[in-house]
Design a protein around this ligand. Sequence first.
Ligand code: CA
Length: 236
Amino acid sequence: MNKGTILVIEDDKMIQNLMATTLEISNYNFQIASNAEQGILKAASYNPDVIILDLGLPDIDGIEVIKRVRSFSCTPVIVVSARVDNDDKISALDAGADDYLTKPFNTEELLARIRAALRRKSYSNDEKVQDSIFINGNLKIDYAQGCVYVDDKEVHLTAIEYKLLCLLAKNLGKVLTHNYIKKEIWLDDNGCDSQLSLRVFVTNLRKKLNASDYIKTHVGIGYRMLQISNENSSEV
Ligand code: CA
């Protein structure tokens, strides 16, 4: 059974082969692009469920690829790069990547991250059973459609941002610890960069929702979504 479609944008032949073998064994359909231009075209024409992206590409830098893909697609992007600097990770996440793995990578970990990215859909389906629309102040989440609105205007979130928002909404008013959130979103609580990633995702989410007072930071503990009353838009 095919479990999903993956686009790999990677110029290194050896890593291409490793990715191909890993994805094949796990029954994913996939295509490989050897440069950025080809990758962006395939992101549009092949419409994959997940994109795996190298940053060091021969024609266009990977960060720019993320920005271009984000201009037309919300497909989860997992960066797999040899760049280990926090600045590179932050730039990639800021540009719209959902996850970041450093080379050399563990193929099992890559597969786990792909599964986590693919769960966005099933996550919104689970929610549909319970309650298909969530409303808090001027924020609305349509779980059935997987769409988020602020003041009735659609906000485009990446898969991880969406998942994070749903998790906070589902636990409205409760403080969720960093470890709990990381486990729910990335499957593990000791990923080398998930602590950093979480902070970046919360910052991006706040920016996109244009209302930082929805998400309260509990320093050293975690995050909580505040319940906003509709009348005066203040915390209740
Ligand atoms: Ca490369």
